[in-house]
Design a protein around this ligand. Structure first.
Ligand SMILES: [Zn+2]
Length: 85
């Protein structure tokens, strides 16, 4: 599976009434793999169970995967949004 050709979509669960944010390049959220620092990541914008926007990043080099809260400190999170590493 590769990320090539994947359409970028706006999450449907973003509240329309919120202040419009500038378009965010998800590479700013996840600059590189937390394990091997590769930048060959497949990034998918999703929301955590508690509603926070997040990016799920899967590494093409070592296959590590983690979640990162958008606007967070770049800490890899588990799929439930908790700190894992
Ligand atoms: Zn990696």
């Amino acid at each position: 599976m590769t990320g090539r050709g994947r359409a970028r979509r706006t999450p449907d669960d973003e509240p329309l009434g919120s202040v419009t944010r500038p378009v965010v390049d998800d590479s700013a959220v996840v600059a590189g793999c937390h394990r091997c620092a590769s930048s060959t990541l497949t990034r998918v914008r999703l929301a955590l169970p508690d509603g926070r926007p997040a990016v799920f990043a899967s590494c093409g080099a070592c296959e590590a995967a983690a979640w990162y809260a958008v606007g967070g400190d770049g800490t890899p999170l588990g799929p439930d949004g908790s700190r894992r590493l």
